[in-house]
Design a protein around this ligand. Structure first.
Ligand code: MG
Length: 447
């Protein structure tokens, strides 16, 4: 099974196997050639392999004449914010996001502070393959400038765009699990500024994750138990680079990533008037968002998977909010990417101003059960015959083929697609009951 993935989301590989520093060097040279003089913001999460990858990428960038602003170990959304702060021409994040500890990766950003668009990636990709990099002479190589307060700047930007006085007046008690990832760098700064009482689990940003970094229910046992024993109003978990956020309720119940996004989007729609008629989410996002949007008189526009597709959709539709059902909140008033810190602020405002508990808010939404299954494949091509079978079997249903195959049923759907970042096929099913969801997933897998 291949453990090297190259896609529009960037590169991900396994340290000691496929993550050869020469590859990171080549990515740096290619991105520098693509961007030109720059500057380029570079930062990354707390993974132990950060220095190994970061130094090679910086070396590559500088060798082709690109100036680098090094913001160090930060959250992925911090790099996105710093691109705009410093009017940079692009950014690179050293991170494998939610992948396990042995992975690392390189994410590529454009000057708007979003992931490369499909068009930009199509221009960049041939540069890696051609390996024809115009190296610069000693007096024309790039420079490296260090910025050591990027996380503080990121938090300050959020606080300048969102009024948080209702949170400081609320006396909310908060528990967060950044899992020794990049969230641990920002959470104390943000929560101190918000004036809430808080505790942080796995608060050392040493990159030695205490559990699998994907914020799924099975990985959050410690947080659940601490919420059950302690006296908190809300629990948060972040993935390793802290773009994704999930919420647990006051009793330690995992409410699901989509409902986490729902709490944030609902708050925005309750308190601001929308400049357009829709919110924008990706195809694997729960119907709960569509229901929340409908309550506020808005429709829901669905995009392909991948943050860049959602941000492009938000831009095109001038949407007030959007995101990904995996706990990725995108609030364009603050930034063009998923940001767990923005999600924390919006969820706390929702609690503070509604005076409701997390479980009361969640119980006011319609109930959907989503089942996320996956299986390993050797290559993306392997999945095509399966997708064709699904299309043929459900030919009389409404089908969306923007990204894999999504089949719509009455109040339910199935979405099958190869992952962009891992050698797997994902099968997502959502229905009002678990029995119906299980029946649908069995039906599709039997094909
Ligand atoms: Mg992430």
């Amino acid at each position: 099974m291949s453990s090297l993935i190259m896609s529009i989301s960037g590169m991900r590989a396994v340290v000691g196997e496929t993550l050869d520093p020469s590859l990171a060097l080549k990515m740096g040279k290619a991105f520098g050639t693509f961007i030109g003089k720059g500057p380029v913001i570079i930062g990354g999460d707390t993974r132990v392999s950060y220095d190994m990858v970061q130094k090679a990428v910086v070396s590559g960038l500088v060798s082709v004449g690109t100036d680098v602003i090094d913001v160090g170990r930060v959250l992925t959304p911090t790099v996105q914010q710093m691109i705009r702060t410093f009017n940079a021409k692009g950014g690179i994040v050293i991170s494998a996001s939610h992948n396990p500890i042995q992975w690392n990766g390189i994410k590529l950003m454009n000057e708007a502070g979003s992931f490369l668009t499909p068009e930009e990636y199509a221009q960049f990709e041939p540069l890696i393959k051609e390996e024809n990099f115009p190296l610069k002479s000693w007096d024309a190589i790039g420079t490296v400038t260090e910025v050591t307060d990027a996380v503080q700047r990121h938090v300050d930007i959020i606080l300048s765009k969102i009024d948080t006085t209702s949170i400081s007046a609320s006396k909310l008690r908060v528990l967060v699990d950044p899992n020794n990832g990049a969230g641990a760098l920002a959470d104390p700064i943000l929560l101190d500024a918000l004036g809430v009482e808080y505790d942080i689990l796995n608060a050392d940003p040493n990159g030695k994750f205490n559990h699998d970094p994907e914020p799924l229910e099975n990985n959050l046992t410690e947080l659940k138990e601490a919420l059950q024993k302690g006296n908190y109003d809300i629990g948060f978990a972040q993935d390793a680079d802290a773009d994704r956020l999930v919420i647990l309720d006051e009793r330690g119940r995992f409410i699901g990533e989509d409902y986490s996004l729902g709490i944030c989007v609902d708050y925005i729609l309750q308190t601001e008037s929308s400049p357009s008629d829709c919110v924008v989410v990706n195809l694997s996002t729960s119907l709960v968002i569509e229901n929340i949007a409908k309550q506020h008189g808005l429709t829901t526009h669905y995009t392909k998977i991948g943050e860049t597709n959602v941000t492009e959709g938000i831009r095109q539709h001038n949407a007030i909010a959007g995101g990904e059902g995996n706990g990725g909140v995108i609030y364009p008033k603050v930034g063009w990417g998923r940001d767990s810190l923005v999600g924390i602020v919006l969820a706390l405002k929702h609690l503070a101003e509604s005076k409701k508990t997390v479980s009361e808010i969640v119980n006011s939404y319609p109930k959907f059960i989503m089942i996320k299954d996956k299986y390993s494949i050797a290559s993306r091509d392997e999945v095509l015959p399966f997708l064709d079978k699904i299309k043929a079997h459900y030919a009389s249903n409404k089908i969306d083929t923007q990204d894999g195959v999504k089949v719509y049923f009455d109040n339910a759907w199935v979405h099958v697609r190869p992952s962009n970042t891992e050698p797997i096929v994902r099968i997502f099913v959502e229905a009002p009951t678990k029995d119906e969801a299980l029946r649908l997933i069995d039906e599709v897998k039997s094909l």
